[in-house]
Design a binder for this molecule. Structure first.
Ligand code: F6P
Length: 319
């Protein structure tokens, strides 16, 4: 192992830069050359690659996004694109690759592993939809961002006696809505893993009004869809003025939390050590407070499971 490369793929996540920094610095510390690939698998196919040094990753641990740029590559889905990527890795003399991203990025990493490239994956997504790891890099920063936004909405919601539906990201996974909903003290949490209980939402609003409560926050995962339909229903049944806020890509940015910086640093460091050991086809995971590795197959195939205890608890403490 003489030269390794890093790429970031899919939706960016706060903490990716901490992982890039750790990969680059660990590689250099251990006498390896390190290359940065710009814009994910697209950049790999196009040979958009540059050599990194210690300074290339200076002053980035606190920055959201990814200094390498990211993309969801359509070309890499094709056999032609995959063969081209393989050839580029050979042409640049890259012996090992670290892929930072979510599910789709790991599937790409697995394709390269099967072609004989030494690859390690690092889980980065604000969705936390990868069941094999307790948390993905970026998730807790996004939970913070949503929690702060909901606190601000609560201020104005209380002033006007309104209800607020806050739509949060997460694709088909409700984790961001659930964890941020609990953290922000939301009255209702609506996630795709559970049926929409309209009666419970309406009853909570009515009960709250009776005891003089001036706000009602509903955190809704984007995977459920149709927040404006819910708004109409609430206004029709409870007569409470209801606003919809779609937080959107704000949730993907911002300075990473210490947890995500730690995950990025530890996973990046370990990924390079695995490559130096000649290992491949592995994904880094955070399990019960420890950084471990599992096969890329397990990482891709392990379904995400809802934290039922947390969901049930949220019902009890948001009456
Ligand atoms: O996977 C991360 C994520 O932010 C999802 O929560 C969201 O559905 C999607 O990416 C948005 O993708 P894009 O940035 O391509 O619009």
């Amino acid at each position: 192992m003489k030269t390794i490369a890093i790429l970031t793929s899919g939706g960016d996540a706060p903490g990716m830069n901490a992982a890039i920094r750790a990969v680059a610095r660990t590689a250099i510390f251990n006498g390896l050359r390190v290359m940065g690939i710009r814009f994910g698998y697209d950049g790999l196919i196009n040979g958009d690659i540059y050599e990194m040094n210690v300074s290339s990753v200076a002053d980035i641990i606190q920055r959201g996004g990814t200094i390498l740029g990211s993309a969801r590559s359509e070309d890499f889905q094709t056999e032609k694109g995959q063969k081209q990527a393989f050839q580029i890795l050979k042409d640049f003399g890259i012996d090992g690759l670290v892929v930072l991203g979510g599910d789709g990025s790991f599937k790409g990493a697995k394709v390269l592993h099967d072609m004989g490239v030494k690859v390690i994956g690092i889980p980065c997504t604000i969705d936390n939809d990868m069941g094999y790891t307790d948390s993905t890099i970026g998730f807790y920063t996004a939970v913070n961002t949503v929690t702060e936004a909901v606190s601000k909405l609560r201020d104005t919601s209380s002033s006007h006696g309104r209800a607020n539906i806050v739509e949060v990201m997460g694709r088909r996974c409700g984790d961001l809505a659930l964890y941020a909903g609990v953290s922000s003290g939301a009255e209702s949490i609506v996630i795709p893993e559970k049926p929409l209980d309209l009666e419970s939402i309406m009853n909570k609003i009515k009960r709250g009004r009776k005891r003089g409560k001036l706000h009602h926050i509903i955190v809704m995962a984007e995977g459920v869809g149709r927040p404006y339909v819910l708004k109409e229903k609430i206004e029709e049944i409870t007569q409470v003025d209801t606003k919809v806020t779609i937080l959107g890509h704000v949730q993907r940015g911002g300075s990473p939390s210490p947890h995500d910086r730690l995950l990025g640093s530890e996973m990046g460091n370990r990924a390079v050590k695995l490559l130096i050991d000649g290992q491949s086809g592995l994904a880094m995971a955070y399990k019960a407070g420890k950084i471990i590795d599992v096969s890329l197959d397990d990482a891709i195939e392990t379904p995400h499971i809802l934290n039922e205890e947390l969901y049930d608890m949220a019902q009890e403490i948001s009456i």
